[in-house]
Design a protein around this ligand. Structure first.
Ligand code: 2U9
Length: 348
């Protein structure tokens, strides 16, 4: 029996030194966990295995061997805790080293977008009318023949209704609106005077495309209906609009014209904003450029939407937004607006 307990003490010493040698070689938490299970594990740990022979020892032997087991166990646990702390520190230092941020590196630029030139002109122009008291409304791009043509006094044999000029969705019935006017018809049918609206939006015409014509373009149309409204109101409002958009010193002139939906009708020119009316390439050396069409709303239209034409009258106008933008920024080619060429777009 004496041999057995001395043998056990030797085994425990050997275990301690083997365990500590292995521990010194460990470099990761995973290995450390394995080590923990192997030597200190409650189930099949080596220390536990040695303790299994305790019941076969005498009382005195048990005391000596028990103390030794405790001593080795405490030692291993203590070394394990220290090693854990060391590994944790090492791993932290490694992370700090690897994840270090070099604050001297140049930053990565975030590209900043901006409004499309057409959107900008559209916004500027509608806001001018908004400040005058007009409401801004948007309509449908797919419309009925009734709202786009019939209600606007555009007769069946009018060239605009031709297959060549209109994009039909369902011929004679449903179409892509050729102007934003169908929305004004809808507004008038829904509300009673006074009416003050501007309608910005996309319109479609089956045009031969060139430097100044596209099949899709943008319009802003306006409509004012009230008991007292004259051509003087039309002229004053539209001249003011031109001055706010193109500068305080702009002058307007009106030339008689014809539209089916207005009577009388007039086109408005302003003195050329490029050369102040002296004559240049833009105004073709005339000193004047046309910017919009307008007129007093035709009594037939008022009657059509249920307004009494002896009580109410109004003025209406229409502007092409691309044309305004081309004049404002001296752009000679309408197709640039829909081309998405960043070299063009970045200039605004
Ligand atoms: C209603 C009554 C009248 C809208 C008007 C014009 C004159 C006009 C053109 C400008 C350039 C179209 O984009 S363009 O080619 N428009 O000249 N538009 S009066 O008159 C209306 C509209 C709706 C109910």
């Amino acid at each position: 029996m004496i041999e057995q307990h001395e043998d056990l003490l030797e085994q425990l010493e050997a275990l301690r030194s083997r365990a500590l040698t292995e521990l010194a070689a460990i470099h990761s938490s995973n290995e450390l966990d394995e080590w923990d299970t192997r030597y200190l594990g409650r189930n099949r740990g080596e220390l536990k295995n040695i303790s299994a022979v305790m019941p076969k020892l005498t009382k005195d032997e048990r005391k000596i061997v028990g103390q030794k087991i405790n001593d080795v166990k405490k030692d291993l646990e203590h070394q394990l805790a220290e090693k854990r702390e060391t590994l944790k520190q090492n791993e932290l230092m490694q992370a700090l080293e690897q994840e270090r941020i070099d604050v001297t590196l140049p930053g990565r630029a975030t590209p900043v977008g901006h409004m499309h030139p057409l959107s900008r002109v559209m916004l500027e122009a509608t806001q001018i009318f908004a400040r005058m008291g007009f409401n801004i409304v948007q309509g449908l791009e797919v419309e009925t023949d009734y709202h786009n043509f019939q209600a606007l006094n555009i007769p069946a044999d009018h060239p605009a209704r031709d297959m060549q000029d209109t994009f039909w969705v369902s011929p004679g019935q449903i179409l892509l609106r050729t102007h934003t006017s169908p929305m004004q018809v809808r507004v008038m049918k829904q509300t009673q005077p006074p009416v003050r609206v501007v309608v910005p939006g996309k319109v479609y015409r089956n045009e031969a495309v060139d430097a100044t014509h596209e099949a899709m373009f943008h319009q802003i149309e306006g409509l004012l209906i009230d008991e007292y409204c004259t051509m003087a109101d039309l002229k004053g409002s539209l001249e003011r609009f031109a001055q706010e958009l193109f500068g305080e010193k702009r002058r307007a002139r009106f030339r008689g014209s014809y539209f089916p939906f207005t009577e009388p009708s007039a086109e408005m020119d302003i003195d050329c904003p490029m050369c102040d009316g002296k004559g240049c390439r833009v105004c073709k050396y005339s000193g004047w450029v046309e910017i919009l069409g307008s007129g007093m709303v035709h009594p037939k239209l008022l009657r059509e939407v249920g307004y009494d034409p002896t009580k109410y009258r109004g003025f209406a106008f229409g502007v092409g937004v691309e044309r305004l933008a081309m004049l404002k920024y001296d752009i000679g080619e309408i197709r640039l607006f829909s081309g998405n060429d960043l070299r063009f777009l970045r200039q605004f």
